[in-house]
Ligand binder design. Sequence first.
Ligand code: SF4
Ligand code: SF4
Length: 190
Amino acid sequence: MTLNERQQQNEALRSEFLRRSGVDVSKCYQCGKCSAGCPVGDHMDIPTNKIMRLVQMGLIDEAMQSSAIWLCASCVTCTTRCPKGVDVAHVMETLRQMAKDHNCVAEKNIDKFHTVWMNILHKMGRMYEPGLIVGRNMVTGNIFQDTSFGVPYLAHRKLKLMPYKSNNIDEIKRMIEKAEAMDREEGGAR
Ligand code: SF4
Ligand code: SF4
């Protein structure tokens, strides 16, 4: 398939990406500063600047199917470093949301981890690390993964064994619900 044909095939995805992200990727001039500063760049299948290039060329499907967008830790270093003011981290986030909505998640375990994380945040208004590890291990089927990590923290009372709720749980719930409603609005207008 020629590049032109692939771009035509991606036209609807390109429009959806533009509407959902609001980011003008045409400003990117491939300096590579986003990739150079990325703390997880060494583990990505496609470097951040190349993801930007794929989006710029309208090849949204290829960017959406990468594992790189799931390794992104949303640290926003790339956005801060970009000399052209491109919100690279928001591009990565939009691609993740689109990959979920189009059922083409490359890193399913990371997506499951995120779901467990959000469930705990909903219920507790804060993170409960022992529950996060157990929950992640149950949904991914790796029952004993990382279980020994928490032991020294528990021994030094850096982690609490029993869960406890945030004092501001209602406020946090309202904040999450508002963000989820905004997400639904973006996705629903596809
Ligand atoms: S830092 Fe900005 S201009 Fe440079 S490659 Fe990344 S997105 Fe493009
Ligand atoms: S936001 Fe994601 S892509 Fe950008 S520097 Fe951080 S981890 Fe890398």
